[in-house]
Design a binder for this molecule. Structure first.
Ligand code: 4AD
Ligand code: MG
Length: 468
């Protein structure tokens, strides 16, 4: 019967009862099964079941007892609820079971839903029964403090912890917000390949893998070049997928595998690109503030700083950013790339993300268009997150002129043959175009207020870790 929806079953049932009164007892029994089936609910839907008897399924998060009462905290992924089992209300067997059960045992609890403003989540279950699905003993992650390496080794279990659940639920909502933002604006999602024949973001961070008789393939550093082909086919596209960098740096902002969303627009320049990045960040942050209040609270995130993420963001040129550094006593030299400490000084001057444009071409990628007013500059843009979270977005207007692009490929010592297809985009109906990449884990870690990117992705990959 389980493959028939409860509503359909009840309809069928009603018709059969009318057709055959004699079998009504049989159907009445079945009806109770269905009623029970319908009452297995998720914790985040309890508000619809106040006063009703329901069954909850999940894992034992925590418990305590005071002689005649067992307080069992159940989690089911959607939330947490305290189930109160009074000695007189449940069988002795169930009472002893609850007393014995270890953390993370999988259980089914039955009881009546009560409003309890003092309880976490606002509800409590007045328990009448408890069944064990699987009894866990000696769960390795206890409420005491554990070292980070231990937790990373146990990442497959650590994912169940309250803070980790909150982070990954926010990550999910951020992904949806980014996709909604582009979908609502007629961008087409286009998936680029992961195995690629060439570098996009410099040759020093490539992961190489043998590829049959064709030599080597490289794990993609960015889907951008393919997004450019897509923009010429669809006008506006975005990619959203894993990207890889063999980053030798062991910083808290670098992963070797991270997720990036890369919009690309035909007939767009650097200003259009900055407008898009600004609007998207406002949309994403305001959506999370509106919809992920409970999770942000679990993370003890100071949301006042996120409230400010509204248009317009400050827009300054690279040279203006260098002036800011100098005014703040730095000996930073024009022409270098900003390091993390420089970025922190720059963002400290503002109360929201900072857009920095027109970087020295020498520190940026080969595909960026030069500024017509100063060919030493690339029409590049980075967006720096507040509170020291650093660069979350990197983008540019692309070089759309065939000869200029050929020159850049040569200057960067890149093999022209593998870029022939990319050069075709400048041979057949080339147009001004621009785009950017937003790093998902950097965005998650900023919005969640995390110390390190490793908690912003389910299974982090770093220079010194590729397990579990
Ligand atoms: O600035 P990046 O290298 O730009 C590109 O890849 C362009 N192709 C994007 C484009 O124009 N379509 O990377 C973009 C963003 C960074 O701002 C950062 O948020 C993130 O990707 N990122 C990383 N995140 C985690 N770990 C790493 N090793 C990262 N490298 C870049
Ligand atoms: Mg960058």
């Amino acid at each position: 019967m389980r493959h028939i929806t409860p509503l359909r079953y009840i309809n069928m049932l009603g018709m059969k009862i009318i057709a055959n009164q004699k079998k009504s007892l049989y159907f009445a029994l079945k009806f109770s099964d269905i009623a029970e089936l319908m009452q297995t609910v998720y914790i985040n839907k309890l508000k619809n079941h106040v006063g009703e008897e329901v069954t909850l399924r999940g894992w034992l998060f925590n418990k305590r007892s005071s002689g005649k009462v067992q307080f069992v905290i159940l989690r089911d992924g959607t939330g947490y609820i305290q189930c109160v089992l009074f000695k007189g209300n449940v069988s002795d067997e169930v009472f002893q079971l609850a007393d014995r059960l270890g953390q993370e045992s999988s259980i089914e609890v039955r009881g009546k839903v009560k409003v309890e403003p003092r309880a976490l989540g606002g509800y409590e279950l007045d328990g009448t029964d408890l069944k064990v699905i699987h009894e866990a003993t000696n769960y390795p992650i206890t409420p005491k403090e554990h070292g980070i390496e231990f937790l990373l080794d146990k990442r497959h279990l650590w994912l169940r912890s309250k803070k980790q659940v909150a982070i990954l639920r926010i990550r999910h909502r951020i992904i949806k917000a980014i996709r909604d933002f582009f979908d609502e604006r007629d961008f087409i999602l286009m998936d680029p390949p992961i195995l690629t024949p060439n570098a996009v973001e410099g040759t020093s961070t490539l992961f190489k893998t043998p590829y049959f008789d064709l030599g080597n393939a490289f794990l993609t550093q960015s889907g951008q070049l393919y997004a450019e082909a897509g923009a010429m086919a669809h006008g506006k596209v975005y990619t959203f997928g894993p990207t890889f960098r063999a980053e030798k740096s062991k910083t808290r902002r670098h992963l070797t595998e991270f997720w990036m969303c890369e919009p690309e627009m035909a007939f767009a320049d650097l200003n259009d690109d900055m407008d898009l990045a600004e609007e998207m960040l406002e949309y994403v942050v305001q959506t999370i503030l509106k919809e992920k209040h409970d999770e942000l609270k679990v993370l003890e995130r100071d949301t006042s700083k996120l409230e400010n993420v509204k248009k317009p963001f400050p827009r300054i040129s690279y040279s203006e950013a260098v002036d800011i550094l100098k005014k703040n006593g730095s000996d930073f030299e024009w022409g270098n790339d900003f390091g993390a400490p420089d970025e922190t000084v720059i963002v400290q001057q503002f109360d929201r993300p900072v857009i920095i444009h027109r970087y020295p071409a020498a520190v940026k990628a080969f595909y960026m268009k030069r500024d017509a007013e100063n060919p030493k500059l690339a029409l590049a843009v980075d967006v720096l997150a507040p509170e020291g979270y650093g660069e979350i977005i990197g983008g540019s207007q692309r070089e759309d002129n065939l000869d200029e692009l050929l020159k850049r490929i040569e200057e960067h010592n890149l093999p022209k043959e593998v870029f022939e297809w990319y050069l075709d985009l400048r041979r057949y109906g080339s147009v001004p175009h621009a785009g950017f990449g937003i790093g998902l884990e950097r965005t998650v870690s900023w919005i969640c207020g995390l110390e390190h990117l490793r908690e912003a992705i389910p299974f982090p990959r770093m220079i010194y870790r590729n397990t579990p």
